[in-house]
Design a protein around this ligand. Structure first.
Ligand SMILES: Cc1ncc(COP(=O)(O)O)c(C=O)c1O
Length: 275
């Protein structure tokens, strides 16, 4: 695979990250996972919008325009002959000299990619974990920063417990999101998902699901969802760029996931066209 590093294309086994990279040293970085379908970056303008918002929050100026970044992604897809897969665009503070918090040199831009992860057995199992046990770097509004330690530890523990995805419950007892995915529930035919005000990542698939649901005339509520309300739901699913939609259950909860599978079919059809 050919990777992009600061304007150059290098083969995977020759690609290196400078030791003084602020992303490597301090997690001073942002990243975007971009879905590729039918050889096209799926809704990449949404990723770039989220990236720009994050750059503002971390006060980092990126000397690459969105048009240039799209061109780089398209070139990556062509060079690597990627039909369906994932791109990972990483922007870091740069190769730090002097005090890292004052560094104002050029950021580093990296682009890598991979094929889609294998589909797990459905439905996937969730477990609910406390955010206080897995401190995660929450910004309001959320940014997709390179600080994923809490997310990784929660995911690791969940998998060791036989679950697919840990779902965080914040200090107010409200459900926020998974370690790597957004969460949705269904109650009385209404699609529910935690609101962005909780610092939940505005997932590209979350947004796509909401768009599809709304065009299907499904009622949507983005609201605070208490973990004590779990018994009132008839369906649940998780969403992300890598997995699309996956129907989900937890201990003591079963579902036919009728609406979930309907939304999943519509989403998969869109992902196949890359638009
Ligand atoms: C914490 C978190 N929430 C939600 C998501 C889903 O976002 P997207 O749909 O853009 O992949 C991710 C993706 O990595 C994530 O890390």
């Amino acid at each position: 695979m050919l990777l992009f590093i600061n304007g150059s294309w290098v083969s995977e086994n020759e690609a290196v990250i400078p030791f003084q990279d602020g992303g490597f040293l301090y997690g001073d970085s942002l990243f975007e996972s971009i879905r590729v379908g039918a050889g096209r970056p799926f809704r990449i303008h949404k990723n770039l919008e989220r990236l720009r918002q994050g750059l503002n929050v971390i006060r980092l100026e990126l000397p690459w325009s969105s048009k240039e970044l799209i061109e780089i992604c398209n070139t990556f897809i062509a060079k690597n002959n990627l039909q369906d897969g994932l791109l990972r665009l990483i922007v870091t503070r740069g190769t730090i000299t002097g005090s890292p918090w004052n560094f104002s040199g050029a950021p580093n831009v990296y682009l890598t990619g991979r094929s889609l992860p294998p589909l797990p057995e459905l439905p996937v199992k969730l477990e609910f974990v406390q955010e206080k046990d897995y401190p995660i770097a929450r910004f309001f509004p959320a940014i997709k920063s390179g600080n994923y330690l809490g997310n990784m530890l929660a995911k690791r523990d969940a998998e060791q417990n036989g679950s697919f995805e840990p779902i965080f419950v914040n200090r107010d007892g409200l459900i926020t999101e998974g370690a790597l995915r957004n969460i949705f529930f269904v109650r009385d035919g209404i699609l529910l998902t935690p609101g962005l005000a909780l610092g939940v990542l505005p997932g590209i698939m979350r947004d796509t699901v909401l768009e599809i649901a709304s065009s299907e005339g499904i009622r949507i509520q983005e609201e605070a969802i208490s973990s004590s309300a779990l018994s009132t739901f008839s369906e649940a699913f998780i969403s992300s760029t890598g997995i699309g939609i996956l129907p989900a259950v937890w201990d003591g909860f079963r579902s036919t996931h009728k609406l979930t599978y309907h939304l999943r079919d519509l989403l998969e059809a869109r992902l196949k066209t890359g638009k």
